[in-house]
Structures are given as structure tokens and as C-alpha cells.
Design a protein around this ligand. Structure first.
Ligand code: ZNH
Length: 145
């Protein structure tokens, strides 16, 4: 459940996020900081060090795909779970991604956003943003069995 104020805070953060810039950075950070997540991206080529990951165009493209998928959640904050039901099933059944990884990505995304926004990303805004991402993480894990 999100209040009208929380919805407007999340929309405000989202409006200032450049998907094509933040998406690649957030996914790259996950792959660098939690190297075991690299196992899902065997077809992406060289991920052997930070420079390779940051310069990998497949990582960049996939970062954009992942972050673009957040747009739906921002626009459907009254039904985040339903919004990501199919995507949850895909990650469980098809991709076999351990759902713990969703939290790691959410945290890396928050760090990248905080670094980018600086003092505009106040503790109150950050708390609401993380509440939203938490709902997305729960939704992405909701179809696991
Ligand atoms: Zn994921 C895929 C989203 C996280 C892994 N993904 C994907 C897609 C999307 C997404 C939209 C596409 C689908 C189709 O195609 O249909 N993700 C997402 C989100 C998130 C995520 C929103 C959070 C927030 N993922 C994730 C993680 C991981 C992953 C964390 C690991 C670690 N994904 C993945 C994979 C894939 C995907 C592996 C497939 C790729 C390719 O291309 O192959």
C-alpha cells in the first residue's frame, strides 16, 4: 500500500532517472560486487574484471532492459505484485534466477541513484524509494515455488 505522497515521491525519482545511464551502471555494479551473479550471464562474454564488465555492451543493454521494466511498476503502484507476476514466473521457471538476487540489484540501484542525485536524494525520499523497490523485489519473488 502506497500513499498518494509516496506515489508522487517515487514518480519524481523515476522522472529524474535516465534508464540508459543508470540501468547499465546498476547491473554492472551487481556483477562486480556480487561476482556469483555472473553465472546467469554466461553468454555475455568477458566479465572477468570490473573494467570488462563496465565496458561490456551486453551488460549495458541488459541493464537497460531491467530498468525499463521498472517503469511498469512505477505506473502501477497499486498492483505491483500483479504487474510482475509473469516476470516472476519467467525468472523462476525459465531463467532459474535465485530470488535473493533481486534484492542485490535493488540495493545496487539505490546506491547508483544516491550517488547520482547527491543531496537531492534525502533520507525521506530514499526511504520511500526503497519501500517501492522492496515491493518490486517481493513481487518478482512471488511466483517462486
Ligand atoms: Zn532479470 C531477463 C527484469 C533482476 C537475470 N529480466 C529479464 C527481462 C526482464 C527482466 C524484463 C527480459 C525478459 C524477457 O525477455 O521477456 N530482472 C528484471 C527486473 C529485475 C531483474 C525488473 C529486478 C529489479 N534478473 C535480475 C537479476 C538477475 C536477472 C538480479 C540475475 C542476477 N534476467 C536475468 C537473466 C535474463 C533476464 C539471466 C535473461 C537474459 C537474456 O537476455 O538471456
Amino acid at each position: 500500500e502506497f500513499t498518494a505522497n509516496e506515489k508522487s515521491i517515487v514518480s519524481g525519482v523515476w522522472a529524474k532517472i535516465s534508464v540508459n545511464e543508470i540501468g547499465p551502471q546498476a547491473l554492472a555494479r551487481v556483477l562486480i560486487v556480487y561476482p556469483w551473479t555472473q553465472r546467469y550471464f554466461g553468454s555475455f562474454g568477458d566479465l572477468s574484471n570490473a573494467a570488462a564488465i563496465l565496458g561490456n555492451s551486453k551488460v549495458g543493454n541488459h541493464g537497460k532492459v531491467v530498468l525499463n521494466a521498472l517503469d511498469k511498476g512505477v505506473k502501477n503502484m497499486d498492483n505491483v505484485k500483479g504487474t510482475y507476476a509473469a516476470l516472476s514466473k519467467l525468472h523462476c521457471v525459465q531463467l532459474n534466477v535465485d530470488p535473493d538476487n533481486f534484492r542485490l540489484l535493488a540495493d545496487c540501484l539505490t546506491i547508483v541513484v544516491a550517488t547520482k542525485f547527491g543531496s537531492d536524494f534525502t533520507p525521506a525520499i530514499q526511504a520511500t524509494w526503497q519501500k517501492f523497490l522492496s515491493a518490486v523485489v517481493i513481487a518478482l519473488g512471488s511466483q517462486y515455488f
